[in-house]
Structures are given as C-alpha cells and as structure tokens.
Design a protein around this ligand. Structure first.
Ligand SMILES: [Fe+2]
Ligand SMILES: [Fe+2]
Length: 184
C-alpha cells in the first residue's frame, strides 16, 4: 500500500532525517567514549546507533514510492565535548522524540489512515522510550567516572527494541524471535 497523504510523508522524511543523524552522532560519541576509557558506554552508543538505523530504514521503506529529491528538515543535536555532555545530548534527543515528535507523527498517521507509517512511528516511539532511560542510567555512572556493566546489549532488527542482558523470548514490540536480535 503506498502513501496517500503529504503530511504523513513529510513526517516520515523528517523522522528519516532525524534517525539518520542520531545514528551518525551515536557512532561519533561511541568512538569518544571508547577513547576516554568507557568501553561499555561506547557499546551502548553503538548498539543504539544500530537501532536508529533500523528506524531510518523502516521510515525510508515506507517512502519507497515517493521517488525524487526532497529537502529534509529534521531535529538535530550538536556538541562533541565530554561523555557526560554527549550523553545529555543523547537524552535530550530521545526525550524530544518520545514527548514531542513521535506521538504527534503517530497520531497524524492514524488520523490519515496510513497504516505502514503508523507501524514505523510506533516501533520508533517504543524504542526511544527505552533509549532515554538507558542513556540516563549511563550518564549517572559517567558522572561518577564509572562505566556501565559489561552485559551484552541486544537490538531487535525489525523495530529497534533494545535490552541489556537476556530478558525476553520474543520482541515485546514487534513479536520477532530473540534469536534474530543483534548483539553488541
Ligand atoms: Fe533512540
Ligand atoms: Fe521488535
């Protein structure tokens, strides 16, 4: 089913832009965390960067029939200073998505009867809630000069659901088997 409504399409483009930049920013901040002696926070950034790539890919695929150029305006976070500030940037970006952006995008897609966009926004919204919490916990540790624990971080390749350690048999958001999860 192809997209019919211009406003939902605009929101998908913007969300694609926002997720693409988040992916890039987190890989940059991961390298810094590694260099500064926080290998596990670096892993968290890399795992969550992959989740944002999953979201960007989902949005891009919903737009598959919208062929051609577009200028994309999207929320962005800048700054590359120290681990605590970088994590604050990550928290702020995730909270913007959770509290402002995705709830509005999701309701618009629902109102416009765009079921594929609705699913893509729903997947992202659920993952970003978890990301905000994980980055906050990592920041609390970093403020004390400590790294987070060394348990594996798992990401659902379909929806971006993220967990630390093994807790679920299947993805609670999209239902895919956990064997499919990507480990960081
Ligand atoms: Fe996120
Ligand atoms: Fe999932």
């Amino acid at each position: 089913m192809s997209l019919k409504n211009a406003m939902t399409a605009d929101f998908l483009r913007s969300a694609y832009g926002g997720e693409s930049m988040a992916h890039m920013r987190y890989t940059i901040w991961a390298d810094s965390a590694e260099k500064d002696g926080y290998p596990n926070i670096a892993r968290l950034f890399r795992g969550i960067a992959y989740a944002e790539w999953v979201h960007a890919k989902n949005h891009f695929n919903v737009l598959r029939d919208q062929v051609g150029d577009a200028t994309v305006a999207a929320g962005a976070v800048f700054g590359h200073t120290n681990i605590v500030e970088n994590l604050q940037g990550a928290i702020d970006g995730e909270l913007h998505e959770v509290e402002q952006m995705y709830p509005v995008y999701l309701e618009t897609a629902k109102f416009q009867g765009e079921s594929e966009a609705q699913k893509s926004f729903h997947y992202a919204l659920e993952a970003e809630k978890i990301h905000a919490k994980m980055f906050k916990e990592a920041q609390d540790k970093a403020k004390e000069g400590k790294d987070i624990g060394d348990e594996s971080i798992y990401i659902c390749p379909i929806c971006g659901f993220t967990e630390i350690g093994v807790t679920v048999d299947k993805c609670p958001v999209c239902g895919v088997k956990r064997e499919m999860f990507k480990e960081f």
